[in-house]
Write a protein that binds this ligand. Sequence first.
Ligand code: NAP
Ligand code: MG
Length: 402
Amino acid sequence: MEKIKMTTPLVEMDGDEMTRILWKMIKDELLNPFIELKTEYYDLGLEHRNETNDQVTVDSAEATKKYGVAVKCATITPNAARMTEYHLKEMWKSPNGTIRAILDGTVFRAPILIKGIVPYVNNWTKPITIARHAYGDVYKNVEIKVPGAGKAELVFTAGDGTQIRETIHAFDGPGIIQGIHNTDKSIASFARACFGYAIDTKQDLWFATKDTISKKYDHNFKDIFQEIFDAEYKAKFDELGIEYFYTLIDDAVARVIRSEGGFIWACKNYDGDVMSDMVATAYGDLSMMTSVLVSPSGVYEYEAAHGTVQRHYYKHLKGEETSTNSIATIFAWTGALRKRGELDSIPELKEFADKLEKACIKTVEDGKMTKSLSLISTCENPVILNSLDFIKAIRTTLETLI
Ligand code: NAP
Ligand code: MG
């Protein structure tokens, strides 16, 4: 069989620990035998980030801007323990944070649904994609612990010195205050990334805030979304028969639980943080969650939502067998390859991505799976495979589909 050819390289961001091991297995078993893989390789493994003073992360994000599509392996975000473990020069920042800041992107997370792994909410038959605004609000807050009686004020001083002033509260004893902010620019980027992704995936978009209580702050989000929708996206939504729907956050939560899924739920930063954990748990397994960073200019970076699976890696280093689920990492590759196929008009690449995803799902539905999946599957006699044998089983299924 002739291998599928690519025209534009994918930006390949290698990573750390167990997912780095899976990364190589996936390329050896599932990609290289079928595709003449064209990638521009960036090693985001912590050792190389440290050697390059984290320049490699910046370079990989710049390359993503240039080529348009990247696929990323999970990476270590350094903490105190990692400083000693890897003899780091500095506590380098989270690569995902650095990349997100350069691409100005929004992260969309969606579960991979498989028969036999039943969501806790049993009417959720389609995936719910959560889009979380990744800038500002309580994540960039300023807080004061009020020591005693006094007046707290909110003051804005313009460049020319004029001021806007509001009393927050006249305290007659100790308490707390907090200042939060966002920018119209960041909210508009978030809105465009959401509308663009809804068009891309042909799904309805829901957005919700607490604008009845937060009459200026949250209302500003609602207004910016509506203005951008009406001016730039409404016609395309109508053409595709998809809907933009705004409601109050309380109402959204109730509707989400009653829904069958199959839509994008855009959330403000805090709502997205909390709700994505709820949705991921309700669908069953973090290792079955995909993640894509989409910039408002239409640049894509695909990855798995889970981390580097450190515990399994330490077992692997000791020579013990691991049973790590590679599906979300495989779906990062298929997402990126499909997008490259779309952008470069290579239908064979898109078909290959579809078939590889189907092969993953079919392998598990046929009863062959990793340990973590067997624990939540309704399959009666699952065959539990180690990390490599699971990938090999997917390859066998893939070969029957090609
Ligand atoms: P994690 O790597 O997601 O793993 C947490 C636990 O979840 C694992 O120990 C394992 O449970 C289970 N798990 C996760 N993915 C799995 C998979 N594919 N197959 C089977 N089980 C899986 O989170 P962590 O241990 O908190 O973080 C490890 C490192 O990853 C940290 O250095 C963190 O900075 C980094 N991280 C990176 C990203 C990213 O690059 N996007 C995201 C999150 C975390 P059992 O051990 O019980 O089997
Ligand atoms: Mg969270």
